[in-house]
Design a protein around this ligand. Structure first.
Ligand code: ZN
Length: 291
């Protein structure tokens, strides 16, 4: 599933290609036709990402709310639109200014974007958008986020930290890759209850996420290994995986940990495969239990 960095990257790309322009909006597949007609030929104001949600704002306070879910894609292309192939729910084409006789004006650059397979593609109002955002926890990629809210939720919960990180009401934008990698980098066992973490640990994880996810926005990949664990530094082969990026544990089941050599393990937690190193991320024992 695309994680927050993908959505922020997508928002940037939509803004570069469409913001401030009159945009043609259509639904070649047919499922979004009535909504598309409401904003077709109006100005696209800006696109914003909040966690894994994307909001594309148009004039007259109309928003298209997109959640890609597990299988959705939203691809931005330069050049005139190709004939739509497959189930294109939403298509944006820019610019679409018409000449006085109704003919399209000649423009030097055209872009289009196709949305397919998304879980959510809805036309919503300002207040509906505010309601979606109100249900989300702070997003590490938004400068206006308050990490104290994350601490308040984690410190009050007996749920495993591995589940809390995936809960979008605790923290918005983290998915399966960042979850596994963050826990590894902070040497935390995924089943450790949130309430046993110290404030400094949660603060350090937040800061780390801010830096890792910002790097993900600029490169489009999730790279989480420290300088000393890169393929070059370790003299190992780069990782081959369609998700790309150099990681410690994600989808490395049975392979040796880059730090200690133990075999990476996996288990299902919060509905998704979680990967961790049993040695670097030892089981947490509370003081009471150890006595
Ligand atoms: Zn290890």
């Amino acid at each position: 599933m695309p994680e927050g960095h993908t959505l922020h990257r997508l928002a940037q790309s939509i803004n570069e290609h469409f913001a401030g322009q009159v945009v043609e909006v259509s639904s070649p597949q047919g499922r979004f036709v009535e909504s598309a007609n409401l904003v077709d030929g109006t100005g696209l104001v800006d696109a914003q990402a909040w966690g894994k949600h994307l909001f594309i704002g148009f004039e007259a306070h109309r928003w298209i709310h997109v959640h890609l879910g597990l299988y959705g894609t939203f691809d931005v292309h330069t050049g005139p639109p190709a004939p739509s192939v497959g189930q294109v729910r939403l298509r944006l084409v820019s610019p679409s200014r018409k000449g006085p006789d109704g003919a399209a004006l000649t423009v030097s650059s055209t872009s289009y974007a196709d949305l397919r397979g998304a879980t959510t593609c809805d036309m919503i109002t300002d207040s509906q958008r505010a309601a979606v955002i109100a249900r989300l926890g702070p997003d590490p990629l938004r400068a206006d986020s308050d990490p104290d809210r994350v601490w308040a939720r984690i410190s009050r919960s007996r749920a495993p930290i591995g589940a809390l990180l995936m809960d979008q009401t605790v923290l918005a934008g983290v998915g399966n890759v960042y979850r596994a990698e963050l826990l590894f980098r902070h040497r935390l066992h995924p089943l450790r209850p949130g309430s046993t973490l110290r404030r400094g640990q949660v603060g350090a994880m937040w800061q780390d996420l801010v830096e890792l996810m910002r790097a993900g926005v600029s490169t489009g990949r999730v790279d989480t290994v420290r300088e000393e664990h890169t393929p070059e530094a370790m003299g190992r082969e780069p990782r081959r995986d369609d998700h790309g990026g150099e990681v410690y544990v994600y989808r490395r089941l049975g392979q040796p940990c880059h730090v200690c050599g133990s075999k990476v393990r996996t288990e299902v937690l919060a509905g998704r495969n979680l990967f961790w190193c049993p040695k670097c991320q030892p089981k947490f024992r509370s003081r009471a239990a150890a006595q």
